[in-house]
Design a protein around this ligand. Structure first.
Ligand code: SF4
Length: 466
C-alpha cells in the first residue's frame, strides 16, 4: 500500500453489484479492504472518488447494463476533472475477466479493469492508477489503463482482511470458488477459474468472527458449493460440505444455515444426512437442473440425467420431509426441440418447485454453445419461456397457499412499508409480513402464517418478549 493511500482523508466509494450472491460477497470484501484506506460508502455517484462496478457475465443483458451504467458515470467524472479533481472508475467481476479489453475499448475513461481473482490487490491497483494519472500533464478523460485479469496461484482468500462488519443479522460466508464442470453455456470456469475450496480452518475463523458480530443466519457460498472439499484442521485430509455444515452448526449464535449454489452431480450422502440431522439447516435447496430433457442435459454437458435428478429429490425428501426446492432453467438452448421443451415442463410438474428462475438462453462468447449452428429462434424461446414461467408461477402460488396455517421461523430484517409492519424471510426465502414491534428486527421468531399472495406471506408472531 502506498503512503498516498494510507492517509486519513475521507474518500467516497460508490459500489454497484450485478448478478449473484458471490458478487454481493465480493463487493462486501472490497469494501472491507477499502474502509481502512479512508473510503466511506456513498450511494451518491456525484460524490464518489472511486466508483466500482462489480459485474456479472452470465447473460448478455447483464453486460449491456454495465455499458449503460458506464455511460451514466462518465459525465460525473468529467465534472470532477473540470473542478480540478478526479474520479477513479473500476470494472470488476466476471465481465471484466471475460472481456476486459473490450471494456477498455468501449469505455476508455475506465481506470481499472480486474477479474474476481484480483480484488485483494485493489490498494496496489488504486495506487498505480493514481500515480499514472499524477504523471500526466492533462488527465483529460483517459483512464489509467490498468487491466488485471490473471488467475493468481495464491488463492485470494489468503490475502483478504478479516471480516469486521456486517449489516443486519444475515451474512454470506464464501467457502468455495470456481468450477471445473464446463457446462456448455456457462462462463464461470473461464471467469472464476478452477474449483478451489477454502481450508476448514480459514472458514471456521470467519464463522467465528461472524458469530462474534452477532450474525444469526449464515449462507455458505460457492459457485459449486457442494463440491466443497476443504482441508481438515490438522491438514491430514478433506471434509465435504455436509460435515462442514455440522461444524458450523456448533456455533450457538447461528440459528439458520443455508448454502448456495449446488450441482446435482456433487450431492453426497453426507449432505443428505446433514439435511436430516442439522435442524438449523434450512429445509430449502436450490438445485439447478437447467433442462428436463436428457438430450439437452447431454448437450449442456451437465453429466446427469433427469432420472438421476429425480432420485436426488426423493432422497432429500425422505431425509427431510418439509424440504422445498428451487432451480434454474435455461429455455431455448441450441437444438432444443418441442419434445425437449415438453420434457422440461414434465420435469417441473414431477418435482413441484417452491420457486425457480428461468431465462431464455443467451449466447456467451467463448462457450461451446455459442458457436452451435442450432440456435433457437427468438419467438420460439419467448413462447416456451412464457409456458415454463406460467407453470412455475402456478407452483409458487400453490406452495405459498400450502404454507398458510403452518408455523415457521422467520428472520426479521426491516420495517415494511405499512405502519407497524415488519418484513422478514421464511425458511423458503419467501417475504413474510407481520404486525410487530421493531425490536424484532434482526431477530428470529416463530410465526404462524395466516395468508399469502403470489410473492409473499403474511403471518402473526407466536412468541415475542415484548
Ligand atoms: S456447474 Fe456449470 S453452470 Fe454451474 S458454474 Fe460450473 S460451469 Fe457454470
Amino acid at each position: 500500500m502506498t503512503s498516498s493511500l494510507a492517509n486519513t482523508e475521507k474518500r467516497y466509494l460508490f459500489i454497484k453489484t450485478y448478478g449473484c450472491q458471490m458478487n454481493v460477497y465480493d463487493s462486501n470484501r472490497m469494501t472491507d479492504i477499502l474502509t481502512p484506506l479512508g473510503f466511506e460508502i456513498t450511494e451518491d455517484l456525484e460524490k464518489a472518488d472511486l466508483a466500482i462496478y462489480n459485474t456479472c457475465h452470465i447473460r448478455e443483458k447483464a453486460s449491456e447494463k454495465l455499458y449503460s451504467d458506464l455511460g451514466r458515470v462518465k459525465p460525473f467524472k468529467k465534472k470532477k476533472i473540470e473542478n480540478g479533481k478526479d474520479m477513479l472508475i473500476a470494472v470488476a467481476g466476471c465481465t471484466a475477466q471475460a472481456e476486459g479489453g473490450e471494456v477498455m475499448r468501449r469505455a476508455p475513461y475506465v481506470d481499472m479493469v480486474f477479474g474476481p481473482q484480483s480484488y485483494q490487490n485493489l490498494p496496489e491497483m488504486i495506487a498505480r492508477a493514481m500515480r499514472e494519472k499524477e504523471t500526466r500533464d492533462n488527465p483529460a478523460l483517459r483512464g489509467a489503463g490498468i487491466l488485471n485479469v490473471d488467475f493468481p496461484t495464491q488463492p485470494k482468500f489468503d490475502d483478504l482482511p478479516e471480516m469486521n462488519k456486517v449489516e443486519g443479522a444475515s451474512a454470506f460466508l464464501s467457502i468455495q470458488e470456481g468450477c471445473d464442470k464446463f457446462c456448455h453455456f456457462c462462463v464461470v470456469p473461464y471467469t472464476r477459474g478452477a474449483e478451489y475450496s477454502r481450508p476448514v480452518k480459514s472458514v471456521m475463523d470467519d464463522a467465528r468472527r461472524l458469530s462474534d458480530l452477532g450474525v444469526k443466519e449464515v449462507t455458505l457460498l460457492g459457485q459449486n458449493v457442494n463440491a466443497y472439499h476443504g482441508a481438515t484442521l490438522d491438514g491430514s485430509g478433506e471434509i465435504p460440505l455436509g460435515q462442514l455444515i455440522q461444524e458450523i452448526a456448533e456455533f450457538d449464535q447461528f440459528e439458520i444455515i443455508r448454502y448456495i449454489t449446488s450441482h446435482p452431480n456433487d450431492v453426497t450422502q453426507d449432505l443428505i444426512e446433514a439435511h436430516r440431522d442439522v435442524k438449523k439447516l434450512s429445509p430449502y435447496l436450490h438445485l439447478p437442473v437447467q433442462s428436463g430433457s436428457n438430450r439437452i442435459l447431454k448437450a449442456m454437458n451437465r453429466k446427469h440425467t433427469r432420472n438421476e435428478y429425480f432420485k436426488l429429490i426423493d432422497q432429500f425428501r425422505d431425509a427431510r420431509p418439509d424440504i422445498a426446492f428451487s432451480s434454474d432453467f435455461i429455455i431455448g438452448f441450441p437444438g432444443e426441440s418441442d419434445q425437449d421443451h415438453r420434457d422440461t415442463l414434465d420435469l417441473i410438474r414431477h418435482v413441484g418447485y417452491a420457486q425457480a428462475y428461468s431465462f431464455k438462453y443467451s449466447m456467451r462468447p467463448g462457450t461451446p454453445a455459442a458457436s452451435s449452428e442450432f440456435q433457437i429462434e427468438e419467438a420460439v424461446k419467448v413462447q416456451r419461456l412464457s409456458e415454463v414461467q406460467a407453470l412455475l408461477d402456478e407452483q409458487k402460488m400453490a406452495f405459498n397457499q400450502k404454507c398458510v396455517g403452518q408455523e415457521m421461523t422467520v428472520l426479521f430484517e426491516r420495517k415494511a412499508r405499512h405502519e407497524g409492519q415488519l418484513s422478514g424471510r421464511s425458511p423458503y426465502m419467501q417475504s413474510v409480513y407481520v404486525q410487530a414491534n421493531e425490536r424484532l428486527i434482526n431477530q428470529v421468531a416463530p410465526v404462524r402464517i395466516v395468508g399469502c399472495g403470489n410473492n409473499s406471506l403474511t403471518g402473526e408472531v407466536i412468541i415475542t418478549d415484548n
